[in-house]
Write a protein that binds this ligand. Structure first.
Ligand SMILES: [Cu+2]
Length: 131
């Protein structure tokens, strides 16, 4: 049942781009294709973004350079948080489409988890720019 629920929630989260695609189809093939392509492209995360969806941080492990700001974006329909294991940072509860950003100023490996669902974990590996 859990898996089914997860899939249903995942499907619900994908409704908005789907609606755009359906709308695009009604406008005619050529214009529709262009608009549909734009809707899909806009969904691609840009920069150093960790998406939170279906109780999962994606990507679960990310490597960035010192000075990089990482943004966590909650695409799930329930709240999540982002809490570094050594309390370096801790977000508030993020509602759907809320985000939290943190700029990593030192090299190292930073493990984090969701304060509401501690089994949700992720990792940011920060490297010096010269190495
Ligand atoms: Cu959570």
């Amino acid at each position: 049942m859990n898996t089914l629920n997860s899939h249903l929630r995942l499907a619900a989260a994908r409704l908005s781009p789907g609606r755009a695609v359906i709308g695009a189809m009604l406008l005619g093939p050529v214009a529709g294709a262009i608009i549909a392509f734009g809707a899909v492209a806009a969904e691609e995360p840009s920069g150093d973004v960790v998406n939170i969806d279906n109780f999962t941080y994606t990507p679960g492990e990310m490597t960035v350079s010192v000075g990089t700001t990482v943004k966590w974006l909650n695409r799930d329909d329930i709240p999540h948080t982002v809490a570094e294991s050594n309390k370096l940072f801790r977000s508030k509860a993020l509602d759907t489409d809320d985000s939290f950003s943190y700029t990593f100023t030192t090299a190292g490996t930073f493990n984090y988890f969701c304060g509401l669902h501690p089994h949700m974990t992720g990792k940011i590996i920060v490297k010096d720019k010269t190495s």
